[in-house]
Write a new protein. Structure first.
Length: 154
């Protein structure tokens, strides 16, 4: 049985199979869930703050991606050896005043350091390893753009 949200008209999803309780998966909708057996509708009591702008939400959304990309770079460099990790992180700090977590917004920093300090084979191994870690997160636009810039496709 397909049940639509009375507020936003999206399809409701059943909590547990056979429970008869359907919830709305739209986070901005005030409709919370429907008890199909009784027909009782539940709505969120607290209103979502409307003063949040798209910019502030976008900034909050970027922080986990910065951490994800930074950890992928760190993990890759450490797996290659501490000397490579130390060389890249020192160059990031000295040349750009940055660290691995800043590379999401500035992939050219990492790309230039790799090009100047390592041969093509080492660069390829590092970028392929970063791709292997982050590939499943490429549906995020910022991660995809980072990977494309690292490959030189942007």
């Amino acid at each position: 049985m397909v049940v639509n949200c009375p507020d936003c008209k999206k399809i409701l999803v059943e909590f547990d199979q056979g429970s008869g309780n359907y919830h709305c998966s739209n986070p901005s909708c005030n409709f919370q869930y429907l008890e199909l057996m009784t027909g009782k509708q539940h709505r969120k009591e607290a209103k979502i703050e409307e003063h949040k702008t798209a910019v502030s939400i976008g900034n909050l959304d970027k922080k986990p991606k910065r951490i994800l990309v930074g950890l992928a770079i760190e993990s890759t460099l450490l797996s290659m050896g501490y000397s490579i990790f130390d060389k890249v992180t020192t160059k990031l700090r000295d040349e750009y005043g940055a660290n691995v977590f800043d590379c999401l917004e500035n992939p050219k920093y990492l790309k230039k350091i790799l090009e100047r300090n390592f041969d093509k084979k080492v660069q390829n191994v590092i970028t392929k390893s970063i791709h292997a870690i982050l590939g499943e997160f490429a549906y995020y636009e910022s991660v995809r753009e980072f990977l494309e810039e690292l490959d030189g496709k942007s």
